[in-house]
Design a protein around this ligand. Sequence first.
Ligand SMILES: [Zn+2]
Ligand SMILES: [Zn+2]
Length: 731
Amino acid sequence: MEDVMRITPLGSGQEVGRSCHLLQFRDMTIMLDIGIHPGYEGINGLPFLDQVEPDQIDVLLVTHFHLDHAASLPYLTERTTFKGRIFMTHPTKAVTRLLLGDYLRLLQMRNSKTEDVLYTEADLQACMDKVELIDYHTTVTVGGLSFHALNAGHVLGACMYFLDIGGRSLLYTGDYSMEDDRHLMAAELPGRKPDVLMCESTYGVQVHASRAEREARFTGTVERVVSRGGRCLIPVFALGRAQELLLILDEYWQANPQLQNIPIWYASKLASRALRVYQTYANMMNARIRQQMDVSNPFSFKFIQNLKSIDVNNFSDSGPSVVFASPGMLQSGVSRQLFDRWASDPKNGVLIAGYAVEHTLAKEIMNQPKEVVTLEGRRQPLNCLVDYVSFSAHVDFVQNRSFITQVDPKHIILVHGQKDEMGRLKSALLLQYRKLPENKRPTITMPPNLQTVSLKFARRRSAKVMGSLAMTGSDPPEGEEVQGVLVTHNFTTKIVKPNDLALYTPLRTGSISSKLHVPFAGSIETLRLFITEMFAGVSEDKVEQDGKLCTRFSLHQNKVMLLLGKSDGVAIVEWEASPAGDVIADALIALIMHAQSSPASIRLTSKPCRHPRAGKDEKGDAPSRKKSRTNHETLSENRLRMIKDTLLDQFNNVEAVYEGNMATYEIKTDTGLDSDVVHEEEPLTCTAKVRFEDSNGGAAEISVECVDKKLASNVQECLRNFARSLAPLQT
Ligand SMILES: [Zn+2]
Ligand SMILES: [Zn+2]
């Protein structure tokens, strides 16, 4: 049997932006990330949510706070039928709340069309209340899914998710970085191999310059611009890489006193609140920052001032300055206003420090166009310096390849990258895997949005033997059979003893005790005869209940009990409900009612039926029959006499000798079956012996002797069937 895992990008399939993937496996639907595309307006920036049934999603896992991974969250929770559980790390939740509030104000400021405002402040608050928090490395279980978060580097709180579901596993990297930088540690490798790796491919086969080189270029460009009296604009995401760049620049100013009179502004309303968040979660950052925190606060910068007022028109920019402003892609807001104001002056500079998303102004100016269009729609020349240094904290090709090789999955799915970059990465990986034998090579796919990748897995059919069943003290021999209850829960199967169910499964065992009062006014002797004749293994004892001496019969390993004498005229039947117990109790109750309603039956049962052809035998036996009625003939004795009657039915001449549980029958007949052994005038004699094992007429031992073998075997068969049909029920 095969299980099919379906993975469908609803966004960031062959693109960067609106990360959102649907994972369907073994009746569970999991969504990974829920971003917006910063290059598109309003509803067009959403992932393709109209292609799914939001109410079918069980769990949503958000990797980090960047808008392209988290910004559609309030839309999903408040404007669709989504009702699943949502998880993210503590810092991701804290920063997402801040960022989305800011993003919302930006949308409202700019918009114009109300349908492009995807959610309100109230929606955002309601949405954040639904978010559940997870810690790194702590396994969370939801139905058949269990998952844990691993450090992804990238930005504060960013994580990868390692998912286990139905015996298969998947690692989703989100965005990740492999460099230990000023404030974050590098991503970590999972502890074991996943079946599937969903991996970002932002930089394709590009290789980053060394960190020192990039830092030198960054600080060098900033210094060049401000030294010639220009203003340097650094558009940044409100949070995330900005912190890293601020740390770099503050350090550089510290080391270069000649720059210290040039102001660095961090134009963000969020800045101070954001820094508070960062300080709160400093313990999640790398050891270096944690050590510094012990000495002084690395986030209380010496040379960077927070520009709280975003009123760009009143902002005095007479001399050289450095301004960090959001948004990072220059779509609108403060960074765009400053850009519009500064772009035509060749003294000024714009430094793009992160990954520039397609369809945004940041991406557009990297191609050095002669003219740009302002937010008001005016055309103006682009004369200022435009430079690009990557601090975007995504892995480059070398790091990505090394990570993928170490993770060693069976299937690789590339997401979060432009189609061309992704294609080059895929080819490079395929080339590398050519060295492996064909059956060892992982599959590599790069699905566009809405194209489902179906991965087939053989269903693992195994069950764990647990509890006392497993405590054999040694390895079980091959082929040994195991008996227990098979329980399948959350895609795992166990075999346990019924007694262990409560310990090893969510099932609880219970027993139902039934008690029935049956009217009974007959004698105990009568009932005893009925019961012992019907059932084998009946034990009888006396117990005291409520000051009365009662008679108790126990059947079916004491699981069915009959109590007589507790209250007058009532027999109490108690039993533990089970298929066998119910049947036995039923039969017992019928028997009690029978014994009660027809007292005549007892006489009939204890007296063998009279046979009209019995002749003189009947007279001979008469005294003993009479005796049996008065002296409680045992069941075995009774049956031995019934056997004689049966034999008399067939052979006119039968003599019987009784000795306790045993009888010898001498049968005389003139009709032999094997014709050659019959002599005329000389009747054939057949001797049969029957012995019951006890006085209750249990199993019978039968032997028959006769020269006519056919007759002997017929008599033997007849007696055996007779004894068997009279035997009491084994309970
Ligand atoms: Zn990111
Ligand atoms: Zn991203």
